[in-house]
Design a protein around this ligand. Structure first.
Ligand code: SAM
Ligand code: DTB
Ligand code: SF4
Length: 330
């Protein structure tokens, strides 16, 4: 089965709406065909610039306009990043992702410092990822030159539902940043959040947009909303595991080789629920007891889960090495 970028919305809808057991079985089958299902990519997140963000993303505790418990912090130092990245490496992470509560990147000394951070972490032989908001094409290129592996920029939801969630920038702005990232030769990490009050149609629409990009994102994070006190979405109900399974399984079937990441929301999911997500084709997690500002399971809990489920952390640069090998033989 070849990798397809020409999925129709109707095809994605038909997959998404299959009876759940059929859907899981199909996704598990596709996963085994394209990937080693025992390997899980373990990525650690670090917030390098927390809170005080000018945007109005209604799910986000870091938006300055909402009264949340998040304390505003300045951009941290390169040394602090290096210490955290070394600890993450010792704990088995092969990928390190740095997040900043920025609307967009500006060409100033702060961006220069981020480039230093990228160089430093790359020097530890880890894959490096950033999520810093909107980027120009030249900023994407500079990140690539510094050694960045991938850039995270989520679509978050469907184009139709987007305006209900964010008004301070458009869906098209997001697609433009993703294009700059792809053009710079960086891997794209892009997915979304469920539990924002969207319909199944919105979820299908978002998956369809991701699967019909010129190239599938190398990773697709599926976040369950972490409802945070003080944000407009604070009272949203927790999403059911079956909704996570449906999203993950559909993403796995339509983007067979992408790392589908079981992202925010694991803190509230027992091992049995997470196991269903791995069965449905999830191949990546965020490790460490905080995501950016909200809790995540402890490293030792995840180790116990991996032992119980027979999962093992994926080696660094696995995807990149396979790509090089494939190019050489094509
Ligand atoms: N400020 C940059 C941006 O928005 O592009 C980068 C950091 S931002 C926090 C990265 C992503 O985290 C968002 O696009 C969103 O998908 C996710 N996120 C933020 N708050 C969340 C929450 N409460 N629950 C689940 N995911 C969340
Ligand atoms: C993504 O898709 N999820 C991560 C990462 N990309 C940057 C962020 C989740 C954040 C959850 C809320 C918080 O901890 O602040
Ligand atoms: Fe700012 Fe990013 Fe949070 Fe939106 S998601 S408010 S851009 S930090």
């Amino acid at each position: 089965m070849e990798i397809r970028n020409d999925w129709t919305k109707e095809e994605v809808e038909a997959i998404y709406n299959k009876p759940i057991m059929e859907l899981m079985y199909e996704a598990a089958t596709v996963h085994r065909k394209y990937n080693d299902p025992s390997e899980v990519q373990v990525s650690t997140l670090l917030s390098i610039k927390t809170g005080g963000c000018p945007e109005d993303c209604s799910y986000c505790p870091q938006a300055a306009r909402y009264q949340t418990d998040v304390e505003v912090e300045k951009l941290i130092s390169v040394d602090e990043v290096m210490t955290k990245a070394s600890i993450a490496k010792q704990n088995g992470s092969t990928r390190f992702c740095m997040g900043a509560a920025w609307r967009n990147v500006r060409d100033n000394e702060h961006f220069d410092r981020v480039l230093e951070m990228v160089k430093g972490v790359r020097g530890l032989d880890m894959e490096v990822c950033c999520t810093l908001g909107m980027l120009t094409d030249s900023q994407a290129k500079r990140l690539k030159e510094a050694g960045l592996s991938a850039y995270n920029h989520n679509l978050d939801t469907s184009e139709e539902h987007y305006e209900e969630i964010i008004t301070t920038r458009t869906y098209n702005d997001r697609l433009v940043t993703i294009k700059h990232v792809q053009d710079a030769g960086l891997h794209v990490c892009s997915g979304g959040i469920i539990g924002l009050g969207e319909t199944d149609k919105d979820r299908i629409g978002m998956l369809h947009t991701l699967a019909t990009l010129a190239k599938h994102p190398e990773s697709v994070p599926v976040n369950a909303l972490v409802a945070v006190e003080g944000t407009p979405l604070a009272d949203q109900e927790r999403v059911s595991v079956w909704d996570m399974v449906r999203m993950i399984a559909t993403a796995r079937i339509i983007m067979p080789k992408s790392q589908v990441r079981l992202s925010a929301g694991r803190e509230k999911m027992p091992t049995s629920e997470q196991a269903l997500c791995f069965m449905a084709g999830a191949s990546s997690i965020f490790a460490g007891n905080v995501l950016l500002t909200t809790p995540n399971p402890d490293v030792h809990e995840d180790k116990e889960m991996f032992d119980l489920l027979g999962l093992k952390p994926m080696a660094a640069f696995k995807g990149e090495k396979e790509e090089v090998a494939a190019e050489q033989f094509s």
